[in-house]
Write a protein that binds this ligand. Structure first.
Ligand code: ITT
Length: 196
């Protein structure tokens, strides 16, 4: 890959997200930097796009290097598209992620509607006042019981359309070959190629 960017910071406090993105960067001639305990801004946006921009701008302002962030979540038809941008806050209302996942399954069954999608917005801030975003969506269903031990968050309850495994039953490479996040990241890599 030709690119003017030798180093890119992935600004996230979510270790699992960082691990996934790290794998997507393998083979690219860009040094991938990440920080575990970042000073994340409060996610005050109403959309994934707004929150992703808040985060990449904050990363750029703090570290003065090109910075990407990801804002993502699961959108469930039986919850009228929620928890969506509130996916993290929804999970925090329960004793554990598993309890949050069980609640989604319960509501899905009650309404006989198991449709859902995952969405990721990758935001890239590469200069002061230069921020661009890329979106990835993967449609699928909420399964009737959590399956799989890999991945994180809502992975055990989400099965993408066209496959028989939940995200949590897939290896990182398998998930990355189809996931909402990798769709957005691939758009980002195309943009990087076009810049040079
Ligand atoms: P940042 O520091 O990058 O903001 P975060 O965990 O706070 O990390 P978000 O604000 O984007 O990230 O919240 C997204 C939540 O949605 C996250 O906590 C997960 O529970 C869930 N989520 C996002 N992507 C997911 C994926 O690929 N698989 C499962 N759950 C996911």
């Amino acid at each position: 890959m030709k690119t003017t960017f030798k180093k890119i910071l992935v600004f996230s406090s979510n270790k699992n997200k960082i691990k996934e993105i790290k794998k997507i960067f393998i083979g690219k001639k860009i040094k991938f930097l990440s920080i575990d305990k970042s000073v994340m801004p409060e996610e005050t946006g109403k959309t994934f796009n707004q929150n992703a921009k808040l985060k990449s701008k904050r990363g750029f302002d703090l570290y003065k290097i090109p910075c990407i962030s990801d804002d993502s979540g699961i959108c469930v038809s039986a919850l009228k598209g929620g928890p969506g941008v509130f996916s993290k806050r929804f999970e925090k209302k329960f004793k554990s992620q598993n309890h949050a996942n069980q609640e989604i399954i319960k509501l899905t069954k009650k309404l006989h509607d198991n449709k859902a999608y995952f969405k990721s917005v990758i935001s890239f801030t590469y200069k002061k006042n230069k921020t661009i975003t890329f979106e990835g969506i993967r449609n699928g269903i909420i399964v009737s019981k959590p399956r799989g031990k890999r991945g994180f968050g809502y992975d055990p309850i989400f099965q993408p359309n066209g496959v028989k495994k939940t995200y949590a039953e897939m290896s990182k490479n398998e998930k990355n070959s189809i996931s909402h996040r990798s769709i957005a990241m691939n758009k980002f890599f195309i943009f990087l190629n076009q810049l040079t």
